[in-house]
Design a binder for this molecule. Structure first.
Ligand code: PMP
Length: 421
């Protein structure tokens, strides 16, 4: 519809117009039942069939192996900050109930921006008083930044210090606020190890403990389905809130390796280093209940299914990888141009971990940021203001941001450079 603006918001974010039109129909009549999607029982065969299809759409498009379950939860990324700690600690206790003298259960956190920092904080809060459990910051990217205090790049591989036998290794693939993302080596499979070593903006898979079922946990909230996931099979847990690339808020998508779906109650009986887990955060509770142990977020499931069906028709994550690559290249190039002319300042250079999804930069000069945002708004572009904690500009380029919207933004940025110089 013509009254819709160009929405560059980081989440909740733009969704495809065609899907929203379909969804309005589904609100009145879901799957020819004569009942709207927000009104129908989550145990109806029509809804359960839709949920199955959503699962297949994720499994097929990301090539999720049978070693991993796909689960749907609520509670968003924030719910998972706690859930991953609780479920992985329970797993560790069941794997090694008795610790040797002085031995600990260590949770390794890779901190590359504010979301991974928040996740590490949650882990610390949950485990501070738990015996024999410790959070280890394997690396904090701010120590490698220009001012030693903010997040402006990914750390070099040499800065990482993983523990020997951690219960969990955590990272955030795309830091939505800081605009920092791990890159994907051109050949990201097990044989991509050499490429992985050479490119220091990739996640250092080659430094992780060997010969174990890796307890590797990744927050993919703001990059899920935007391109293929490197080393997916090596992960214990991958999770993402739907409200960025996939659909409305409310749905959290989980990819969980089978050995991480454990009897959390049994673990608590075995050792005081396992924490009691509320059912709603237990992967076993979700898995046993086939993702509907309680009422799921039906509307978000519905719209997410429509988005992923459309995505499959377009060509899946490989299609979006090229589509998103083109968009971000245009925007980074224009930021660089503005930087040369003294109008913009890049906050995370493209080759230092600059995100494909959230391009962050500053507008230089007194009142210049306000002028930039006001000018953008007058051209129907919204959601460009950076996160309140860091300021500046954030151009979000999720899957539903079209090439036309990107081109309009780039044209406006170029025009702004001219008027400011
Ligand atoms: N992780 C990342 C990377 C995010 O971008 C966000 C939300 N912006 C969160 C976690 C928190 O997710 P939620 O709001 O779904 O709890």
């Amino acid at each position: 519809a013509s009254d819709r603006v160009l929405n560059f918001s980081a989440g909740p974010s733009a969704l495809p117009d065609s899907v929203l039109e379909q969804a309005t129909q589904g609100l009145l009549n879901f799957a020819n039942t004569g009942i709207g999607i927000a009104e129908i029982s989550h145990r109806s065969k029509e809804f359960l069939a839709f949920l199955d299809e959503l699962e297949s759409l994720v499994r097929e498009q990301l090539e999720v192996p049978q070693t991993h379950r796909i689960l749907f939860a609520q509670g968003g990324g924030t719910g998972q900050f706690a859930a991953v700690v609780m479920n992985m600690l329970a797993r560790d206790v069941l794997l090694r109930p008795n610790l040797a003298e002085g031995e600990e259960r260590v949770l390794d956190y890779v901190v590359t921006g504010s979301w991974s920092r928040t996740a590490a904080k949650e882990a610390t809060n949950l485990t501070e008083t738990v015996p024999n459990v410790r959070v280890n910051i394997a690396v904090d990217a701010k120590n490698n930044s220009a001012d030693g205090a903010s997040y402006d790049s990914l750390p070099p591989h040499s800065a990482y210090q993983f523990s020997e036998n951690p219960a969990l290794i955590y990272y955030c693939e795309n830091e939505t606020v800081n605009g920092i993302q791990f890159s994907k080596a051109p050949s990201d499979d097990a044989s991509g190890e050499e490429l992985n070593k050479k490119d220091e903006t990739t996640f250092p898979f080659h430094l992780l403990p060997k010969n174990t079922l890796l307890p590797l946990v990744a927050d993919y909230s703001s990059s899920f389905m935007s391109r293929p996931i490197p080393r997916l099979a090596d992960h214990a847990i991958i999770y993402a809130g739907a409200q960025k690339n996939i659909g409305p808020a409310g749905l959290t998508i989980l990819i969980v390796r089978q050995d991480c779906i454990v009897d959390v109650d049994a673990a608590v009986k075995l050792s005081r280093s396992a924490i009691p887990v509320p059912s709603i955060l237990s992967y076993k509770y979700l898995a046993d209940g086939k993702s509907v142990p309680n009422t799921p977020p039906v509307f978000s499931v519905y719209v997410s299914g429509l988005v992923l069906k459309r995505m499959k028709e377009l060509g899946g994550p490989k299609y979006y990888e090229e589509f998103n690559r083109k968009k971000k290249e245009k925007v980074y190039e224009t930021v660089k141009e503005g930087e040369k002319r003294g109008v913009f300042r890049s906050k995370v250079p493209e080759d230092k971990g600059g995100s494909w999804m959230n391009v962050v930069f500053e507008v230089v000069g007194d009142g210049a940021e306000g002028r930039f945002l006001k000018g953008a708004e007058s051209k129907g572009m919204k959601g460009l203001k950076g996160h309140r904690s860091v300021g500046g500009i954030r151009a979000t380029l999720y899957n539903a941001v079209t090439e036309e919207a990107t081109d309009a933004l780039v044209a406006y940025m170029k025009e702004f450079i001219e008027t400011e110089t």
